[in-house]
Ligand binder design. Structure first.
Ligand code: NAI
Length: 335
């Protein structure tokens, strides 16, 4: 079985090579991202393994199909980058990694909250300079405050458990069934607008689907509590980036932590430090002292990487054995 991994880096090579010791597939690690120009590189590979910012639209899928690809094995939970209707039409199964260390993402969301609240980047920069003053570093107790969890799937629930440990009151919004373990922790399910109006911290853990695209726009930001914190470790498209700048300038949005960004494709996962940042919105966001942006690293723990590699290769094996698992359906309800 020949498999090509697009957008791969040394860490992918390390973890997939190690996991492959028990599968023995022929793995080819390709640094280029997948798009209509690079799809040709997959010619002759049975399995194509794209990453989250690769282009897997109808045109690319048609090229892959024509080149002999029989399976798309995603190494991510999210599949919003895949045109599922086209894959179904071409009879190209799409598999994903539905759950891998939800702790990795949930803990990163908590890391963003603590870093923003206690101004840790600023505090560290100060002490390095010999400035031991506290002005401008005032935070607030998480204990007793309200956290709003949007999407209470595997990651949202894990996040909720951690925040309950801080003594926060959790409120949640999810169009699916309420999570029993969050209810047991005292969480209340409320409509999205109620959540936005009541939470001191809003954290997004739902998939990017047409219904959630720009769910946090200017109108939603205006409904939030003044000075509240917004955390997005879900997908960039959940938030209308343009609206963030105004909300931060006016003070309506008090803190912003982003691990994902609408226009992150072509930017995140690469070193662009030698060139000017051409994305004006991102450049502006990075100038606010109350904003932290990380480059889609929430998943990036040793445990999660190992699970991703094992599950991705296990998915390929199950499909080869005629018993496919973790198939992404054409009309998904979950991410
Ligand atoms: P999951 O499928 O277990 O849970 C998603 C939840 O969102 C479900 O309970 C679903 O009912 C809910 N949902 C669907 N539509 C919604 C809506 N309109 N409003 C509110 N909730 C809605 O997925 P999981 O594993 O918890 O992951 C959540 C998301 O986190 C993924 O879809 C992915 O986009 C993102 N993610 C980000 C990573 C990162 O490194 N930053 C890594 C892994 C996942």
């Amino acid at each position: 079985m020949r498999m090509i991994l697009f957008s791969s880096r040394q860490y992918d090579r390390d973890t997939f090579s190690e996991a492959n010791a028990s599968f023995h597939y022929e793995l080819h690690f390709q640094e280029s991202s997948l798009d209509s120009e690079t799809a040709i590189l997959a010619h002759g590979y049975d399995v194509v393994c794209p990453f989250v910012n690769d282009t897997v639209d109808a045109a690319v899928l048609e090229q892959l199909h024509a080149g002999g690809t029989r399976l798309i094995a995603l190494r991510s939970a999210g599949f919003n980058h895949v045109e599922l209707a086209a894959a179904a039409r071409l009879d190209l199964p799409v598999l994903h990694v539905p759950a891998y260390s939800p702790h990795a993402v949930a803990e990163h969301a908590v890391g963003l909250i603590l870093a923003l609240n206690r101004r840790l980047p600023r505090a560290v920069a100060r002490t390095r300079e010999g400035d031991f003053s506290l002005t401008g570093l005032l935070g607030f107790d998480l204990h007793g405050k309200t956290v709003g969890i949007v999407g209470t799937g595997v990651i949202g629930r894990t996040f909720g458990r951690i925040m309950a440990g801080f003594g926060m009151q959790a409120i949640a919004y999810d169009p699916g069934s309420p999570a029993a373990e969050l209810l047991a922790l005292g969480a209340q399910y409320v409509p999205l607008d109620t959540l936005l109006g009541s939470a001191d911290i809003v954290s997004l853990h739902c998939p990017l689907v047409p219904a959630t695209y720009h769910m946090i726009d200017a109108a939603a930001l205006a409904k939030m509590k003044r000075g509240a914190m917004l955390i997005n470790t879900g997908r960039g498209g959940l938030v209308e980036s343009n609206a963030l700048v105004g909300a931060l300038k006016s003070g309506q949005l008090g803190h912003l932590g982003l691990d994902v960004y609408e226009e992150e494709g072509g930017l995140f996962f690469e070193d662009h430090s030698d060139t000017p940042l051409l994305d004006d919105v991102l450049a502006r966001l990075l100038m606010f002292p109350n904003v932290i942006v990380t480059a889609h690293q929430a998943f990036f723990t040793r445990e999660a990487m190992n699970e991703i590699a094992q599950t991705t290769l296990g998915n390929v094996k199950a499909w080869c054995d005629g018993a496919p698992v973790n198939v992404v359906r054409h009309a998904p309800a979950r991410g």
